[in-house]
Design a protein around this ligand. Structure first.
Ligand code: ZN
Length: 270
């Protein structure tokens, strides 16, 4: 599943190239997770201002309204001058004066939604519950700690819930908790300010490093340049059950929390 770093890398791969482009037309394929919310023809003639990211949504700002794009479970975007005809897994083409933005999404959990503004009900429904951006200035240790204090759930599940800090998915949550030395099952409310501060730094570190490395943890991820060839993050714990911890050599353990696999080292994480 594309996580925040992959979405950010995707954004960077086409944001500059599409800025200032005029929308020629929008071609929709099979239905996606949610309806577009306007007639595709209504977008013709609009100008793309910029592409931002909020959580795992890409916000394509137009001179009137915006498009929210989500990659779902398996989506990837490409931006090409003259793409080949759409294949069976290509579900929209946003054809512009500067190239075509195309969503390829075999599982079709992705979405393209038009909203009249970021404050409109449709946009607020998707973006309203999101926590702060982990790489932004509002993600701050004391505030993060105060948020953890209010939650009794295991810290890993609090991270995944996304209402305290957004976009820390399963892989990065496991990795950040390892770096911070915190057991994933620890109740959020029991984490001290000192440990919360370490976790805060670890979250930033794993996400920033993944963005810097070009995205991904996913072998099949490709950015909007159509580049693939992806590396696995040098995971410390994720997907390493039974393998030796890179720090202490004890076997990495796996457990299931809220139907998601969690990996940790019982020696390094307390
Ligand atoms: Zn260890």
């Amino acid at each position: 599943m594309p996580e925040l770093p992959e979405v950010e890398v995707t954004r960077r791969s086409f944001a500059d190239r599409i800025a200032g482009a005029r929308v020629l037309h929008l071609q929709m394929g099979k239905p996606l997770r949610w309806p577009l919310g306007c007639a595709p023809e209504a977008l013709a003639g609009r100008t793309v201002r910029e592409v931002r990211r909020r959580g795992k949504y890409l916000l394509v700002d137009l001179d009137a309204g915006l498009l929210l794009v989500h990659l779902g479970m398996s989506g990837s975007l490409s931006f090409q001058d003259s793409p080949p005809p759409p294949g069976p897994h290509d579900h929209f083409d946003l054809v512009t004066s500067q190239g075509t933005l195309r969503l390829n999404d075999p599982r079709r959990f992705g979405a393209l939604v038009h909203a009249p503004s970021e404050d409109s009900p449709v946009a607020r429904k998707l973006l309203g519950g999101l926590g702060v951006e982990p790489l932004g200035p509002d993600f701050e240790p004391q505030v993060f700690h105060a948020g953890l204090r209010l939650r009794r759930a295991p810290v890993k599940q609090v991270l995944l819930a996304g209402d305290l800090v957004v976009g820390v998915g399963n892989i990065y949550a496991s990795e950040a908790l390892f770096l911070a030395g915190i057991r994933p099952t620890t109740r959020a409310c029991r984490i001290s300010l000192e440990r919360a501060t370490r976790l805060h730094a670890a979250i930033r570190q794993v996400l920033a490093r993944a963005v810097e490395k070009g995205g991904s943890t996913l072998r099949d991820f490709s950015n909007a340049w159509g580049e693939s060839g992806y590396f696995q993050l040098e995971a410390m714990v994720y997907d390493r059950a039974g393998e030796p911890c890179r720090v202490c050599s004890q076997s990495i353990r796996r457990l299931v929390q809220g139907q998601r696999a969690t990996y940790y080292c019982a020696t390094c994480q307390r």
